[in-house]
Design a protein around this ligand. Structure first.
Ligand code: TRP
Length: 457
């Protein structure tokens, strides 16, 4: 029963899938979120846990998610229903699709608001606002933006419309060509920033912060955040990669492509960290400054380097683009499901999801304004109210649980014959290694982190 095809079409090649999936993985998570949560959680030890999670949990679960998607060839909800039936398992497994769709809806609502910050910074940088800026100046330009709900709403609206336009046309047209050119360019600009940080920042101090683990600084909450981020940054646990997998030609190796995608995603995050922390230390800034970290540090680099206005504008443009290709993948499962089950066309489906998520985005906008409140989660103080709640609920709870369920399904509930056929790794060590990771290591690790957090162990 592997002859199914998707009604939504198929990627033209292995490269097209790698580009689309990398476009999904590389986004605000790498460049905005990774540096700020690393700063919040004390650096080295946190980074090490995140890297281990990518390797031992992220890559095997990505393979599971892609293989499930390719076998089912439908939106995650229908894919899970079909495969559960085929493997003679309970229909409850389609809950993976439902909870993924809800997680995606919540994620896109705040993701679009933050992408709006990046978009706003394209224009600020182009206008030369940052030329010669001081650390205080950059901080006050940032707080001027986030404390203005109407501006945030305008940028959020523009970004959401951009996302709806691409999704309504189908994710394949255009995405491939754009990613192929713009992603390497983003990589080059990050290298340029790292070069700048080597010369003008406290590079050694920045590297030491990122790569010298101090386990005494590592709380149970930090471990959960690191694990949650591994899911978030690889786009795992909610069906985005499953939906993309459902458009993957049968001949492509799932294992190889997953490793390539994870490596590129990790490289981008580490480069972003290496660009930002040397600047943080050189300018006497606070690593734990929170969600505004990159918006307060990178303008310092662009404000002082030769050609900074040009490079800065380009950088924020590419960051917006990276966020765009991620946002598209976040709503693809819901759009595909509406098209399959409600018999609407993609335009209508994208509009329904987009408008609902746009409205929900107001919650995030107000979290940085009059709805802000402080609370403590796992020993960490959070100051942006419902935005932090949405972030924790999705990245730290829903994605790991979704990923756990996918690992269990692929490892324990699908027959060995089905997964071996889909992965096509032979019966040897590679396949058995993957199976061991999804059956034992990934579920065990996710459960230990949760239980540790609940103080059970
Ligand atoms: N991975 C993207 C980033 O790092 C965000 C993203 C895209 C995502 N699709 C997802 C996160 C699905 C979780 C689930 O910016």
């Amino acid at each position: 029963m592997t002859g199914r095809t998707s009604i939504h079409g198929q990627w033209s090649s292995r490269m097209a899938f790698i580009l689309a999936a990398t476009g999904s993985a590389v986004g605000l998570g790498n460049i905005w979120k990774f540096p700020y949560i690393t700063g919040d959680n004390g650096g080295g030890a946190f980074v090490l846990v995140y890297l281990l999670c990518v390797l031992l949990i992220g890559i095997p679960i990505m393979m599971a998610e892609v293989l499930i998607g390719r076998r089912g060839r439908q939106s995650p909800i229908n894919t899970m229903r079909t495969l559960a039936h085929e493997e003679s398992q309970h229909g409850i497994w389609q809950m993976i699709g439902w909870s993924g769709m809800i997680a995606g809806f919540l994620i896109i609502s705040f993701y679009s608001v933050i992408a709006g910050w990046a978009l706003a910074y394209v224009f600020r940088t182009a206008a030369g606002v940052f030329a010669g800026v001081t650390a205080d100046g950059a901080a006050s330009i940032f707080s001027g933006l986030v404390s203005d709900p109407e501006r945030l709403l305008a940028w959020h609206t523009i970004f959401m419309v951009m996302t709806m336009v691409v999704v309504s046309r189908g994710v394949r047209s255009g995405l491939e060509k754009a990613v192929r050119i713009l992603m390497p360019l983003l990589f080059l600009l990050l290298l340029l920033l790292v070069g700048y940080a080597m010369n003008s920042g406290k590079f050694a101090e920045g590297l030491a912060f990122l790569f010298t683990p101090d386990f005494s600084a590592l709380s149970a909450g930090a471990v959960l955040t690191a694990m949650g981020h591994a899911f978030f940054t690889l786009s795992l646990g909610m069906g985005a990669i499953m939906a993309y997998g459902s458009y993957l030609p049968k001949s492509v190796s799932i294992a190889k492509t997953s490793v390539v995608i994870a490596l590129m995603d990790t490289a981008v995050a580490l480069l972003a960290g290496m660009a930002i922390f040397p600047l943080v230390f050189a300018n006497g800034l606070e690593p734990g400054a929170g969600p505004g970290l990159i918006f307060q540090t990178l303008p310092l680099a662009f404000g002082h380097m030769a050609g900074g206005t040009l490079f800065g504008t380009l950088f924020f443009l590419l960051l917006t683009f990276a966020a765009w290709t991620s946002a598209i993948s976040i709503i693809e499962p819901a759009v595909a499901w509406l098209v399959e089950n409600r018999r609407v066309n993609r335009i209508k489906a994208a509009t329904i999801i987009g408008v609902a998520a746009w409205l929900m985005g107001i919650v995030t906008i107000m979290s940085f304004n009059s709805w802000a409140f402080e609370f403590t989660f796992a020993g960490e103080t959070k100051s942006s109210g419902l935005f932090d709640v949405l972030d924790i609920l999705t990245a730290n709870i829903m994605l790991p649980l979704g990923g756990l369920a996918m690992a269990m399904f692929a490892g324990w509930y699908m027959s060995e014959r089905s997964t071996a056929d889909e992965l096509d790794l032979g019966e040897g060590l590679l396949y058995q290694g993957w199976r061991f990771l999804v059956r034992f290591v990934a579920p065990f690790a996710v459960m230990v982190v949760f239980l540790r957090l609940l103080d059970v162990i």
